[in-house]
Design a binder for this molecule. Structure first.
Ligand code: AMP
Length: 467
């Protein structure tokens, strides 16, 4: 089935109900969204777009951009969203690689043009394994890869999440995420559409706007920095959050201190889940049942998850209906990333406890090898984060003349380096303890709030070798 049809089945019977609640008090109804998607689909077909052709979009977040997404699905095209922040040179790469038939940079005028087309009534039929979207991974090393997500991948994940998180037509989803990434584009939109629920639609995260928007919402999805920024605002009080049914976090690790402070302030326990472009959502803490800080919960129904390598901690491998089929035009890279029995090697290192919960200790490529020993940065970060004066930490390995790599802690906060290192050595084996601690005001992050450790490694690469 075309994913569009699945989503449209969730739209409310009364299509005059709002899909988007806008900041200025305006609304866009499901009827308008549906009509817009039909116009876009008709327009794409009239321009010669064929099933499987890519439709690229690089623009700021807007209702029009969502309409183009749905129209592209309906036309059987492959939707290719790009971060509006990409430079022309970066876009050149994606355009050359993906060869889109249509590339939209001005959604509003594209929709205006589409009004002249005959609307497409029936979605172009698609099979489960036909590609619905191409999502380029943020890729910190090498060429950015286009993950091919099929209609079946996205449908399976949407249905599983809608159920796991208990969405109903009475929900109102606060949407402040970007829509060029799986989190805001698939996870959030699909849950709302399958419920026929409205979204409080914010162009970006702004703490004051989010606090105001919460008054009309029941569920919020965010990256961890959304939650820490809310907590930094004294206007964010228990009263503001009290009626909320659910706060969900993902795309980067949620600090245990953020989880604890959030619970203290609001009484709510943030539900953390884990996902990636190649598989959308993989695990989630339970809606009913204990949400444990530091764990990303259990695999979604249908997802098989195992730890590769034969040790307790190792690379997480997954298989299931939402796992992508491969990287666009990279058959060799794809083959490398799958095991012989069809599990995708996520590149995340983690373990499962006896209860089946998954705990992530970081990316495999962030693993530090110091003096021949494996050092998992997360273990050191957890110790540092508990020290007085530390808000957040990021531990990386950089070249060291004796140890191969030396452990460096980059810390938001202030303190005495020598006594902090001494405290780490009381709690950790010497080879794990940071050899240097650098204090900073903030850590480099990407648009999803993920700390960019590659940039830290570059920045401190000479720390032990200079002079
Ligand atoms: P992306 O493909 O850009 O969404 O990045 C996916 C990566 O984000 C995963 O492979 C993880 O490394 C990381 N990630 C996502 N959610 C979590 C989480 N809840 N805890 C820790 N890491 C996460």
């Amino acid at each position: 089935m075309n994913l569009y049809d699945l989503l449209a089945r969730g739209f409310p019977a009364d299509r005059s109900r709002p899909a988007f609640l806008l900041g200025d008090g305006g609304e866009v109804s499901y009827a308008e969204l549906e009509a817009g998607a039909a116009q876009v689909a008709g327009h794409l077909l009239a321009r010669g777009v064929r099933p499987g052709d890519r439709v690229g979009l690089q623009a700021e977040k807007s209702v029009e951009a969502v309409t183009i997404y749905l129209g592209a699905l309906k036309a059987g095209a492959v939707f290719l969203p790009l971060n509006a922040a990409y430079t022309a040179a970066e876009v050149d790469y994606f355009v050359e690689d993906a060869e889109p038939a249509v590339f939209v940079t001005d959604p509003r005028s594209f929709l205006a043009e589409a009004q002249a087309a005959a609307p497409l009534a029936q979605a172009v039929p698609r099979a489960d394994d036909d590609v619905a979207s191409l999502i380029y991974t943020s890729g910190t090393t090498g060429r950015s890869k286009g993950a091919m997500l099929s209609h079946g991948n996205l449908a399976a994940n949407a249905v599983a999440l809608h159920r796991a998180w208990g969405f109903t037509p009475d929900d109102v989803l606060l949407h402040a995420l970007p829509i060029f990434h799986v989190h805001g584009l698939f996870v959030a939109l699909h849950c709302a559409f399958l419920s026929g629920a409205p979204m409080v639609w914010l162009p970006r995260f702004d703490d004051a706007q989010v606090i105001a928007g919460l008054a009309r919402s029941t569920v919020m999805m965010g990256v961890p920095t959304f939650y820490s920024r809310l907590l930094a605002n004294p206007q964010f009080t228990r009263e503001r959050a009290q009626h909320m049914r659910l706060f969900i976090s993902g795309s980067a690790p949620l600090l245990e201190s953020t989880f604890a402070e959030f619970e203290e302030r609001t009484g709510a326990r943030i539900l953390e889940r884990y996902g990636m472009s190649e598989a959308v959502i993989i695990t989630t803490n339970p809606l009913d049942g204990e949400r444990i800080p530091g764990s990303v919960g259990y695999p979604l129904p249908g997802v098989e998850l195992r730890i590769g390598g034969g040790e307790e901690t190792g690379v997480i491998e997954i298989r299931g209906p939402s796992v992508f089929s491969g990287y666009w035009r990279m058959p060799e890279k794809t083959a490398e990333e799958f095991t012989a029995d069809g599990f995708f090697k996520t590149g995340d290192v983690g373990r499962r406890d006896l209860d089946g919960r998954v705990w992530i200790s970081g990316r495999a490529k962030d693993l530090i090898i110091s003096g021949g020993y494996n050092v998992y940065p997360k273990e050191i970060e957890l110790v540092l984060d508990e020290l007085a004066g530390v808000t957040e930490s990021a531990v990386v390995g950089v070249p060291h003349p004796d140890f191969g790599e030396g452990v460096v802690a980059v810390v938001i906060g202030a303190g005495d380096e020598a006594s902090m290192i001494a405290e780490c050595r009381r709690q950790l084996a010497p080879y794990k303890s940071p050899k240097r601690i650098v204090f900073v005001e903030d850590l480099p992050r990407n648009a999803m709030g993920k700390v960019q450790k590659n940039l830290l490694r570059d920045r401190y690469t000479d720390l032990f070798t200079a002079g």
